[in-house]
Design a protein around this ligand. Structure first.
Ligand code: G3P
Ligand code: MG
Length: 229
């Protein structure tokens, strides 16, 4: 069962910062997950649509200039990173799951990946996963570059969730932990989909999901799953 550090290692460092990414790697995560928006012509790594919860700034993320965002403290003196900085810190060490948060992220992220591959001949696209709750963005990614692995995110699982993921050509289906049953895991695997479950912080839940045969979990505490293994 893969250990995917949620927003880096959110239980140990300010979420979605380079410190958090480095912490997840240090703790032994196999993959990291970060959230990405397209703001002022830049791919910025951030979770909320507003600045207040995780920075000393104010207002809507997408209304700001990149210069203002970079002037903020995202926790412990960390800056809001760009996607390029996350790749510099993590590529070749762990897999990278980029969650497309806002509208209009598909195109710049695909462009970014193509540039990254162009600049890094050894770049391994199988260690990159693009996911989103916004399946329209995933559809766009598929149209722009059919080779990129996609993860279809669901909070709850509608009865046709597996069919929806298959229609997107997804590599994985990524449900919230409450929704996952053994029958669901069996059906997803039969459909050729990996099952990656969010957000799993309690060891008892990690054990339950491992028993169900899921392929990976997102956790704020990569160390807990590493110890369990
Ligand atoms: O991708 C898993 C998880 O990150 C989805 O929810 O809100 O934490 O981005 P959220
Ligand atoms: Mg996320």
């Amino acid at each position: 069962m893969l250990c995917i550090g949620h927003r880096g290692a959110r239980g140990h460092a300010p979420e979605n910062t380079l410190a958090s990414v480095r912490k997840a790697i240090e703790l032994g995560a196999d993959w990291i997950e970060v959230d990405v928006y397209w703001v002022d012509g830049e791919l910025v790594v951030f979770h909320d649509d507003r600045l207040e919860r995780t920075t000393n700034g104010q207002g809507l993320l997408r209304s700001q200039s990149f210069a203002y965002l970079r002037s903020l403290d995202a926790g412990d003196g960390e800056q809001i990173p760009t996607l390029a900085e996350v790749f510099e810190a993590a590529a070749g060490k762990v897999g990278i799951n980029v969650e497309l948060k806002g509208p209009g992220t598909a195109e710049p992220v695909v462009q970014f990946l193509q540039d990254w591959q162009g600049q890094n001949p050894g770049a391994d696209l199988s260690r990159v996963l693009l996911s989103s709750f916004c399946h329209d963005e995933l559809r766009l990614v598929q149209q722009l570059d059919a080779e990129v692995r996609l993860g279809a995110l669901f909070v709850d699982l509608p009865v046709d969730a597996i069919a929806q993921a298959q229609a997107l050509g997804a590599w994985s289906i990524n449900p919230g932990k409450e929704a996952v049953t053994e029958a669901f895991v069996v059906a997803a695997h039969a459909a050729g989909l990996k099952v990656l479950v969010f957000t799993v912080n309690e060891v008892v839940d990690m054990e339950r999901l491992r028993g169900l045969g899921v392929d990976g979990i997102f956790t704020d505490y990569p160390d807990r799953l590493v110890s369990l293994r």
